[in-house]
Design a protein around this ligand. Structure first.
Ligand SMILES: [Zn+2]
Length: 265
């Protein structure tokens, strides 16, 4: 059976050695097997907003660093769950519950919820966890995880993504975070606000790829990097770029600065 966004949180929980109660997803066994002979100090989960599996393939050269990570690791096309909107779909990725189970449809829903994400369960199990996300999302997570950093989009989305990336590296190196989730938004923002042609998507993807380069250079400890997306493009004008495909990519790649010419093992 094909994997879905429900399976990401159970895979992380299995790697970190704890259970998600009543989860709807299941562990992705291939990732467990891939990690079995590796020493993993920390896990970085990156949600790239609004990139379906079809668009990901079309962006080929514009996401060269991400594709190098994929070539070194594992690549899956996983099913994205309806409604394919940012908040509920990130809710699914972080909880392992279907939307009708987690009920996180709007950002306001994330403030007062009995549902615990994998970040909170990790923290309760003594595994320092954090999130670097837009300001309101981070506010919702305050006091529920070890580190919640909010970033405001004050100087454009490219600057925003770069700040998110910088703060992610600091969270690992300065705060000893062992499970971190970040959200990079340039491609979705481009689809919603300024895309007039394909080149705009390629440009946005290259700005995201620069952040992957900085992550690969900047991580100091052996890290499992998981990269996925919340939904394929959902802006009607550009939906054709996804070829009627509701899948999103999932990349699992191990990065160890201590080994390998490209800092990868
Ligand atoms: Zn989104």
């Amino acid at each position: 059976m094909k994997y879905t966004q429900l399976d990401i949180a159970p895979t992380i929980s299995s790697l970190l050695g704890f259970e998600i109660p009543d989860k709807d997803g299941r562990e992705i066994k291939e990732i467990g097997a891939y990690c079995a002979d590796k020493s993993i100090d920390q896990i970085l989960l990156i949600v790239v907003d609004g990139v379906g599996a079809a668009l990901y393939k079309k962006l080929d050269g514009a996401l060269a660093q991400l594709q190098a990570l994929s070539d070194d690791g594992l690549f899956f096309e996983i099913h994205s769950l309806p409604p394919r909107i940012t908040t509920p779909n990130i809710g699914t990725i972080l909880t392992g519950y279907a939307p009708e189970h987690h009920l996180l449809y709007k950002v306001a829903d994330t403030f007062y919820t009995p549902v615990r994400s994998i970040l909170e369960i990790a923290s309760d199990n003594g595994i320092k966890s954090g999130i670097v996300i837009e300001l309101l999302g981070a506010k919702a997570m305050l006091n529920r995880v070890d580190l919640a950093i909010g970033v405001e989009n004050l100087h454009g989305i490219i600057d925003y993504d770069r700040r998110i990336t910088d703060l992610a590296l600091k969270a690992f190196s300065l705060e000893g975070i062992r499970l971190l989730m970040i959200h990079l938004r340039a491609i979705d923002n481009c689809a919603h606000h300024y895309a007039t042609a394909w080149d705009d998507f390629a440009f946005s993807a290259r700005t995201i790829d620069k952040n992957f380069e900085r992550i690969c250079r900047g991580l100091c400890r052996p890290t499992l990097i998981l990269v996925t997306s919340d939904h394929p493009i959902h802006v009607k004008k550009w939906a054709h770029l996804e070829d009627n495909n509701a899948d999103v990519p999932l990349i699992a790649s191990y990065l160890n600065v201590a080994t390998g010419p490209n800092k990868r093992e």
